[in-house]
Ligand binder design. Structure first.
Ligand code: NAP
Ligand code: G4F
Length: 362
C-alpha cells in the first residue's frame, strides 16, 4: 500500500486529493494546524475512514514537520499547505514568505534528514501567479516568470528550491504550475466563490449587493476535482518534471459574474466604466453589483491563460472534462442549496423564539 502525506489537507485541494488517493487505495495522512475553533468542514466526512490519519504540523515549524515525516515515512508527499490568498499576502508578506517559500525548504530538507530522499516523491503546489505581469499569452512551461505579489515571489522561491533539490540531490520532486481552479469547496473570499455565494444570497433576498474589484481581470478557471488527478499523475511519471495545468480557456471576472447570476435566475446588465461600472437586474432595474476600491490590489495579475499541451500529451490528462459553464453551474447550484438551508433554519429559529415568547413552547 502506498502512503501519502498531504500538507494543507483542510483546504479545497487537500480535501479533494484525499478523496482521490483513498479511492486509489492509498493510506492517507494529512497535517492540520491547532486552532481555537474546529474548522475542518471539508474533511469532516473522512471521520472513521480506516486509512485516513491526521497529525499536527505547521510549515513554519521544522520540528513538527520532521516528527510527522519520521512517524509516517511517506512514499509520496503533496505539499499543498500555504497562505494561498494573493491579496492577504500584501497585508502579511513575512508570514506568506515563511510558509510559502521557507516552508517548502523545510519539507525538502526534512525529507533528506529523515533518510527519505531516494524513496519519497514530492509534489509542490506551484502556481500560475509566477507568470504575474505576463510576458506572453498563453503561458506554458517555458514562459518567463514575472511574479507580481508577495505571494507569487514566495511561490517562486518554492519553485526554484524544488528544482535545486532535484538537481543537487537527485530527488524526485516536481512543481505543478496550476492555474486557478475552483469548486463548491473554494474559500469564500476568492472571487469565484464570493460571486456564487452573493448570487445565491441576492436571489434569495439575503444580501442586497455584491462589491467587487477589477472585473476586467482574466483567468483560466478549471474545476479543482479535475486538477487533483494531475497532482497524482505528475508523481507517477518515470522522470520528475514540472507541468502547467490549465484548461486553455480564458474568461473575465465580469463574465463569471454574469453567468453566476444567470444560473441564480437573474439577468445582469453592466453599465458604466472603471470604478463607476455597475451591474443592474434587467428585470427590475435594481443595482446589484458595484465596484469597490477595497478589492483592488497594489499590483494585480490580469491576464492568466494556460497552455496545457504538455499535460495533455505526457500525462494523458483531459483539460476540458468540466467546462467553464459546468463549473459555474456546480458552484451556483451548491450555494443556492446552502443559502436555502440557512434560510430554513433561520425561519425555524425565529418561529421557535416567537413561540417561546408567547409561552406556546415550554
Ligand atoms: P486553501 O484552500 O487556502 O488551503 C490551504 C491549506 O494550507 C489549508 O489546509 C491551510 O490550513 C494550510 N495552511 C496554511 N498555512 C499553513 C501553515 N503555516 N502550516 C500548515 N498548513 C498551513 O488553498 P487551495 O486552494 O486548496 O490551494 C492548495 C495549494 O495550491 C496552495 O499551496 C495554493 O497556494 C496552491 N494553488 C492553488 C490554486 C487554486 O486556484 N486553488 C492555484 C495554484 C496554486 P488551515 O485550514 O489551518 O488554514
Ligand atoms: O479569486 P482571486 O482572489 O484569485 P487569484 O488572485 O487569481 O489567486 C488564486 O489563484 C492563484 C492561481 O493563479 C493561486 F495561486 C492562489 O493561491 C489563489 O488560489 O482573484 C482573481 C482575480 C484577481 O485579478 C482579482 O483582482 O479577481 C480579481 N477580483 C476582482 N474582484 C477579486 C475581486 N478578487 C477577490 N478575491 N475579491 C474580489 O472582490
Amino acid at each position: 500500500m502506498k502512503t501519502a502525506l498531504i500538507t494543507g489537507i483542510t483546504g479545497q485541494d487537500g480535501s479533494f486529493l484525499a478523496e482521490f488517493l483513498l479511492s486509489k487505495g492509498y493510506e492517507v495522512h494529512g497535517t492540520i494546524r491547532r486552532s481555537s475553533v474546529d474548522f475542518r468542514e471539508r474533511i469532516a466526512h473522512f471521520e472513521g475512514t480506516p486509512n485516513f490519519h491526521l497529525h499536527y504540523a505547521d510549515l513554519g515549524d521544522s520540528m513538527s514537520i520532521i516528527q510527522v515525516l519520521n512517524k509516517v515515512r511517506p512514499t509520496e508527499i503533496y505539499n499543498l499547505a500555504a497562505q494561498s490568498h494573493v491579496q492577504v499576502s500584501f497585508d502579511s508578506p513575512e508570514f506568506t514568505a515563511d510558509v510559502d517559500a521557507t516552508g517548502v525548504l523545510r519539507i525538502l530538507e526534512g525529507v533528506r534528514q529523515c533518510g527519505l530522499a531516494q524513496t519519497c516523491r514530492i509534489y509542490q503546489a506551484s502556481t500560475s501567479e509566477l507568470y504575474g505581469k505576463v510576458e506572453e499569452v498563453p503561458q506554458n512551461e517555458n514562459t518567463p516568470f514575472h511574479p507580481y505579489s508577495p505571494y507569487a515571489v514566495a511561490k517562486l522561491y518554492g519553485y526554484w528550491i524544488v528544482k535545486e533539490y532535484r538537481e543537487a540531490y537527485n530527488m524526485y520532486c516536481c512543481s505543478g504550475i496550476l492555474f486557478n481552479h475552483e469548486s463548491e469547496r473554494r474559500g469564500e473570499t476568492f472571487v469565484t466563490r464570493k460571486i456564487t455565494l452573493a448570487a445565491a444570497r441576492i436571489a434569495q433576498d439575503k444580501q442586497d449587493k455584491l462589491f467587487l474589484g477589477n472585473m476586467d481581470s482574466l483567468r483560466d478557471w478549471g474545476y479543482a476535482k479535475d486538477y487533483v488527478e494531475c497532482m497524482w499523475l505528475i508523481l507517477q511519471q518515470e522522470k520528475p518534471e514540472d507541468f502547467v495545468i490549465a484548461t486553455g480557456v480564458q474568461h473575465s471576472v465580469r463574465e463569471f459574474t454574469e453567468l453566476a447570476f444567470r444560473y441564480a435566475g437573474i439577468e445582469l446588465e453592466f453599465k458604466g466604466k472603471g470604478m463607476d461600472e455597475k451591474g443592474y437586474d434587467k428585470a427590475t432595474g435594481r443595482c446589484l453589483v458595484e465596484v469597490s476600491e477595497d478589492f483592488y490590489r497594489p499590483t494585480d495579475v490580469v491576464n492568466l491563460w494556460g497552455d496545457p499541451s504538455k499535460a495533455r500529451t505526457k500525462l494523458g490528462w483531459n483539460p476540458n472534462t468540466t467546462s467553464f459553464e459546468e463549473l459555474v453551474k456546480i458552484m451556483v447550484e451548491h450555494d443556492m442549496a446552502k443559502v436555502a438551508v440557512e434560510r430554513e433554519s433561520e425561519r425555524v429559529r425565529t418561529n421557535l423564539a416567537a413561540y417561546l415568547e408567547k409561552g406556546i413552547v415550554k
